[in-house]
Design a protein around this ligand. Structure first.
Ligand code: CMP
Length: 144
């Protein structure tokens, strides 16, 4: 959980995130109220393929790489998110996500994310669009 002053400072950062562009101030405040924040040192594995999971991550600063075996599927940076797949289908993590810089993330639990999505269909559309893009990208990477 964030302190009151952290919550205040995070709302303007959330406003800059494309995924949250359709959300009003009240919705962003709700997210800040239920979010955590953590900084991972470069080299740390944040999400591990095969593990059960309850967290969704939004990158506030830094960068991560998504690894599936020896394949690097993607590099994600500020304003991008990861960890959504295992939460949506309640299956283990599909890939390793490794910090490649010191990386600060906002962390939402699966139930907090479900609440935000239920109240904001436009945001759900944005996540679905990105999921489909990732699926195509993974297919492409693994069949090359
Ligand atoms: P999840 O399966 O929960 O944990 C690993 C995460 O890596 C996954 O959610 C996605 O957020 C992310 N991921 C998997 N494949 C890709 C991809 N092709 N492009 C970007 N991110 C991905």
């Amino acid at each position: 959980m964030l302190t009151d002053s952290e919550k205040k400072s995070i709302v303007p950062m959330l406003q800059e995130v494309p995924l949250f562009s359709s959300l009003d101030k009240k919705a962003l405040n709700n997210i800040a109220n239920s979010a955590g924040k953590k900084t991972y040192k470069s080299g740390i594995t944040i999400a591990k393929e095969g593990e059960k999971a309850v967290s969704f991550y939004l990158i506030l600063d830094g960068a991560v790489e998504v690894h599936h075996g020896r394949e690097v599927l993607a590099k994600l940076g500020k304003g991008q998110f990861f960890g959504e797949m295992a939460l949506f289908d309640d299956q283990p993590r599909s890939a390793d996500v490794i910090a490649v810089d010191d990386t600060t993330c906002i962390i939402l639990t699966s139930w907090a994310l479900a609440g935000v999505i239920a109240a904001n269909p436009k945001m759900a559309q944005s996540i679905i669009k990105e999921l489909v893009r990732r699926l195509r990208e993974t297919d492409r990477a693994l069949t090359e």
